[in-house]
Design a protein around this ligand. Structure first.
Ligand code: NDP
Length: 242
């Protein structure tokens, strides 16, 4: 797999899975831009370390997505790879879930995919080349009590990805989904030990994943070698959602 000089944009690149994706592409010689919401100091440090670009913008905001993509195109002349990774959770049983928690999760997780995919659409069509990889979750496939908003957003990502895959296939642009299982990041760090133990007992490989294990299949789907794979959902979950 060759990414030298590839132009990559990753949403939510400062921490967790997004950061591992940013570092993996940069480690392969790609030019990497990333967005983030609030971690300014971390973002500056990472930007320096990879010699890339960083944009502070809420992935849920349509106009800032257009601006970020325009800056990448201005700097590097195009965008070859988009990874829609930014995401949040606001878990609660539906009877206790507020409207604002529903809206926040749908906007950050699903509308963000619309925003950034639309922002790169014309550029990738013109290039007759592109790779879009969207980070869903096995929860989008299975559902989970207390995660109706999160599950809906992650299932929605699969729907938009398959539609875009069909729209863009003839233009050399592939669109695929990676659906991680349980990954050790800040997002899962808050789970209590009992919940974690119960979850572990259901994972066939009997361990959680590290972010680098999600980055690796993202790089594969983003490679030139994966040109004949589009509209697919790749679960990376230690066998959890078989
Ligand atoms: P983390 O909470 O560890 O990191 C989230 C990253 O996304 C941070 O860089 C954060 O920026 C950024 N971010 C969050 N919201 C926004 C926003 N509105 N706009 C821009 N950037 C934003 O999450 P994970 O690494 O665990 O998760 C990454 C993706 O993987 C998410 O889509 C998540 O749903 C998915 N996933 C995670 C799993 C897990 O077990 N961890 C399992 C399945 C899927 P900042 O630092 O500025 O806050």
């Amino acid at each position: 797999m060759e990414f030298k000089e590839s132009r990559v944009l990753v949403t939510g690149g400062t921490r967790g899975i997004g950061r591992a994706i940013v570092e993996a592409f940069a480690g392969q010689g790609a030019r990497v831009a990333f967005t983030y919401r609030s971690s300014v100091a971390v973002a500056e440090e990472l930007k320096e370390a990879i010699g890339g670009l960083a944009f502070q913008c809420d992935a849920a905001d349509f106009e800032s997505a257009e601006r970020a993509v325009a800056k990448v195109v201005e700097a590097w002349g195009g965008v070859d790879i988009l990874v829609n990774n930014a995401g949040i959770n606001r878990d609660n049983l539906l009877m206790r879930m507020s409207e604002s928690d529903w809206d926040a999760v749908i906007s950050a997780n699903l509308k963000s995919v619309f925003n950034y995919s639309k922002a790169v659409y014309r550029t990738m069509m013109r290039q007759r080349y592109g790779r879009i990889i969207n980070i869903s979750s096995i929860i989008g496939l299975t559902g989970n009590p207390g995660q109706a908003n999160y599950a809906a957003s992650k299932a929605g990502i699969i729907g938009i990805s398959k539609s875009l895959a069909k729209e863009l296939a003839a233009r050399g642009v592939t669109v695929n989904v990676v659906a991680p299982g349980y990954v050790e990041t800040d997002m899962t760090g808050g789970l209590n030990a009992k919940v974690k133990e119960k979850m572990l007992s259901t994972i066939p490989v009997r361990r959680t994943a590290v972010s680098e294990e999600i980055a690796a299949p993202v790089l594969f789907l983003a490679s030139k070698e994966a040109a004949y794979i589009t509209g697919q959902v790749l679960s990376v979950d230690g066998g959890l959602a078989m």
